[in-house]
Design a protein around this ligand. Structure first.
Ligand code: GDP
Ligand code: MG
Length: 370
């Protein structure tokens, strides 16, 4: 009783044995994988991996959960709205996203090569709008499940020849749960069998009553395919944004969320981040979910390298030690050491939680049960 090998201890903790051996070396103890550890050493190591380390950074670490985006109303300035497009399958979400991007981005950008980074920005009447380029509910729900609230406005696409369908209703529920204003885009009005009034009727039954009928929901009739009504839709988005006054503090250290992330063969972990508050700069020490690093390079939605990303801007970054998950939150820290420390603790904790969920609970008592 009271004895455990380095290997067994490592397994209980969900870490490679080499980590434990390295840690022991740092403590002046030379050990092998099969060596027995005494109680004092186990306690020392356990506290090193858990409680003691946690206390040191608990204040900084807490900023993830407690501080939110840290928006200071006194100095906040208006930022572009972040829009998600939702709706039933085949009602035209992708076509609409393409249509908006094509008319607004390609025309305005020299070269016109748009990069797919999961989000893009357009300019309408001199004002920016950010669109999440991952249509459908998956993106939205994944984000929310992971705690990220990134959508300011939902555009609900409903095909005028098909009407309200199950995913239309689901989308309404998601938007309402997130308290996000809905703008209805009645799509496919170019079709001979289009019946926009029928859509308005059906949506009224769901509590989305058109302004024309005395309600307060904005309806815009569009044809994503022909480009009809796109300007009106953008106008309405800006109108809602003006009313809602979405704000942020560009001078603060950046905070935000991961839109998507992957491992690139050449560049390593690549993540598209949406800056929700503050500004992100090249070189910033950053913790992203359970990963950390320093922003090595930043590329915007049209493939240009940028040095700075202000609120509501999507950017693709490299420089992380690992691949974060969509919906993870990110926080910039003042120094790289702190970022690494917090990143490592978050990763360790995630690993332990994962193991706790799959295997039995790991506690000191468990370690000494045998
Ligand atoms: P999603 O599943 O919501 O992303 O729908 P898509 O954008 O893929 O569109 C589904 C189908 O509807 C495609 O064949 C589109 O070409 C077509 N479609 C989309 N918008 C319109 C429109 O405004 N008018 C017409 N006639 N067809 C459209
Ligand atoms: Mg689609």
């Amino acid at each position: 009783s009271g004895s455990l090998t380095v290997g067994q201890f490592a397994e209980k903790l969900g870490r490679p044995s080499t980590d434990i051996i390295k840690k022991l070396m740092a403590l002046g103890v030379m050990a092998t994988k099969n060596q027995d550890l005494d109680k004092d050493t186990i306690e020392l190591l356990a506290s090193d991996y858990g409680v003691a380390v946690e206390e040191e950074v608990i204040i900084d670490e807490a900023s993830f959960e407690d501080e939110g985006l840290g928006i200071d109303e006194k100095t906040a300035v208006v930022r572009p709205p972040v829009v998600t497009i939702m709706g039933h399958v085949d009602h035209g979400k992708t076509t609409l996203l393409d249509s908006i991007r094509h008319t607004k981005v390609t025309a305005g950008e020299a070269g016109g090569i748009t990069q797919h980074i999961g989000a893009y920005q357009v300019v309408h009447n001199g004002k920016k709008i950010t669109f999440l380029d991952t249509p459908g509910h998956a993106a939205f729900t994944t984000m929310r499940a992971r705690g990220a609230e990134i959508t300011d406005i939902t555009v609900l696409v409903v095909a005028a020849d098909d009407g309200v369908m199950p995913q239309t209703i689901e989308a309404i529920h998601h938007a309402r749960a997130a308290k996000v204003p809905i703008i209805v885009a009645v799509n496919k009005i170019d079709k001979p069998n289009a019946n926009p009034d029928h859509v308005m009727q059906e949506l009224s039954e769901q509590g989305l009553i058109p302004e024309d009928w005395g309600g307060d929901t904005i309806f815009v009739k569009i044809s994503a395919k022909k480009g009809t009504g796109i300007d009106d839709l953008l106008e309405m988005i800006l109108l809602v944004a003006e009313v809602e006054e979405f704000k942020a503090n560009p001078d603060k250290q950046a905070r935000g969320a991961v839109i998507e992330a992957e491992l690139d063969k050449g560049r390593g972990p690549v993540a598209t981040l949406l800056v929700q508050n503050g500004s992100l700069h090249i070189g910033d020490p950053i913790v992203v979910g359970n990963t950390y690093g320093r922003v090595r390079a930043m590329v915007n939605d049209v493939g240009r390298r940028v040095k700075k990303a202000v609120p509501s801007t999507p950017v693709e970054i490299t420089g992380l030690n690992n691949v974060p998950q969509a919906g993870d939150q990110f926080v910039v820290f003042e120094d790289e050491k702190k970022a690494r420390q917090i990143g490592e603790i978050r990763a360790e904790r995630a690993l332990i939680t994962e193991r706790k969920e799959t295997t039995s609970k790991v506690s000191l008592d468990d370690l000494f049960e045998k």
